[in-house]
Design a protein around this ligand. Structure first.
Ligand code: DLL
Length: 439
């Protein structure tokens, strides 16, 4: 029979036991960090809080937050909590500005991380008989290594493709009968598009599921990918700072991602005030690692905006679920005073029959924000007259206005004119940033 859980004892633990376990581990992790990480000890001292003040889960709100800036400031070894000799791996964020964040792992950290990814694969219906094509980037990025390790733990046959070289991806997928695809959702959409161009129908491949994450994607995009590849598409969430993918993953219900609560404690806060919000509120996700040895994080502000729900899940897992991130508190765009998330734009495009190939261009001209969305027209529309194209642009503009509350300029571009991504898609070009305007 197909295995439903990778680690059933942990994944179906009664909620009161999860909380007891988290409390025990939180107290232990805070003491460990205070003793071993000078940077965080200083933050705690500045706030006047000592490890002894943390006696229950609620006490976590006494602790200072950590931000990406703190991690950059502490680069490279300032957050390391163990001797470098005990570490076996380094990964790093792909940050384009400032210093990168470098995360360290002991062997126990790697095992815990890979087990989290194994849970995700099994939750998506995987078992030792599967052939897992890992098309996330390998290297400093955590996507490739995380899913690769998870696939090994489950006992799957692992295809370490890394991202890119789409022709070879397709050849191996077809010839070696891959049953799972792991990559960014934008790359999955591109692979689906390329398969179609090569004349393959969705039923021609052996894929049954995909595990997609590392960037925001919508329900509409999920449907699109599921249709083009003939699979079930599951979401997976994580960040380099917390080890990588697998902090949270979707189950067969495809209705929010279960957070691996035996290893991570999650809070939702008001991003402006830092106040902890009650369950069900929308706010910024904050994580505390509970087991990490090399690079523990206490109250790390992810900047991801989401909602947590403890509602019972019919899959049998008891871990709290997080809604798909609805954007980031820091890459939310403010255009002419209106908050705009790229995910809203993507939802409108897909609902109107367009493919998820688009670019958002924001600029400031004569003190006014300009806002343009470039979208590829469908190949069958390419022969339309300019008049018909203008009509379609107007229709899409009205749909955007209804969703966003402001009017973007819509430009329908030729099919294939927007660069495809093999990793995380760059959707937004905000030239206001170059002018030093705080967007
Ligand atoms: O993206 C780790 C990862 C790899 C996750 C593969 C899932 C699959 P970073 O490069 O450090 O790590 O980027 C972390 O990416 O704070 C979110 O803003 C975003 N992100 C990650 N997963 C999702 C997701 C990896 N499923 C940042 N949905 C996070 C939306 C996501 N955003």
């Amino acid at each position: 029979m197909q295995k439903k859980f990778y680690q059933p004892e942990a994944e179906t633990m009664p909620v009161n036991e999860i909380k007891k376990l988290q409390e025990f581990k939180l107290i232990r992790q805070v003491r460990y960090v205070y003793e071993n990480v000078e940077y965080y000890r200083n933050l705690m001292d500045e706030k006047g809080v000592k490890p002894e003040d943390i006696t229950c889960l609620q006490d976590i709100s006494k602790l200072p937050f950590l931000s990406k800036n703190d991690l950059r400031e502490a680069y490279p070894y300032g957050m390391l909590a163990t001797d470098l000799n005990n570490c076996v791996r380094i990964h790093s964020t792909s940050g384009t500005t400032g210093k990168r964040v470098v995360a360290f792992y002991t062997q126990n950290d790697v095992d815990m991380w890979e087990e989290c990814c194994a849970r995700a694969i099994v939750a998506a219906g995987g078992d030792a008989g599967d052939v897992v094509q890992v098309a996330y980037g390998y290297g400093l990025f955590t996507g490739g290594a995380g899913l690769h390790g998870g696939s090994h733990k489950v006992g799957c046959l692992t295809l370490p493709m890394s991202s890119g070289n789409t022709n070879r991806q397709i050849q191996f997928m077809m010839d070696l009968n891959a049953t799972f695809l792991c990559c960014t959702p934008s790359y999955a959409a591109y692979i689906g598009e390329s398969l179609k161009e090569k004349g393959y129908k969705p039923e021609d491949n052996k894929l049954k599921a995909g595990i997609f994450g590392a960037e925001p994607w919508t329900e509409e995009m999920r449907k699109d990918i599921e249709k083009s590849l003939g699979i079930k598409a599951y979401d997976i969430y994580g960040l380099t700072e917390s080890s990588g993918p697998g902090v949270a993953f979707e189950c067969c219900e495809q209705n929010g991602m279960h957070i691996n609560e035996d290893h991570f404690y999650a809070e939702i806060i008001d991003p402006d005030t830092g106040e902890v919000l009650p369950e069900g509120s929308k706010g910024e996700l904050v994580f505390t690692s509970l087991d990490k040895e090399a690079f523990p994080l206490i109250r790390y502000r992810t900047r991801d905006i989401t909602v947590l729900s403890r509602e019972k899940c019919s899959c049998g897992r008891t871990f709290i679920r997080m809604h798909k991130p609805m954007g980031r508190s820091d890459d939310m765009m403010i255009i002419r005073g209106v908050n705009v998330f790229p995910s809203q734009i993507e939802a409108v495009l897909l609902n109107n029959g367009y493919a998820p190939n688009y670019q958002i261009l924001v600029d400031r001209v004569n003190n006014t924000d300009t806002f343009e969305i470039r979208v590829e027209m469908l190949p069958e529309d390419f022969s339309d007259t300019p008049k018909v194209i203008t009509k379609k642009e107007k229709k899409l503009q009205a749909a955007m206005k209804e969703m966003l509350g402001i009017n973007p300029v819509i430009r329908l571009a030729a099919p294939k004119s927007i660069a495809r991504s093999e990793g995380k898609a760059v959707r937004v070009i905000d030239n206001r940033k170059k002018m030093g305007i705080n967007t």
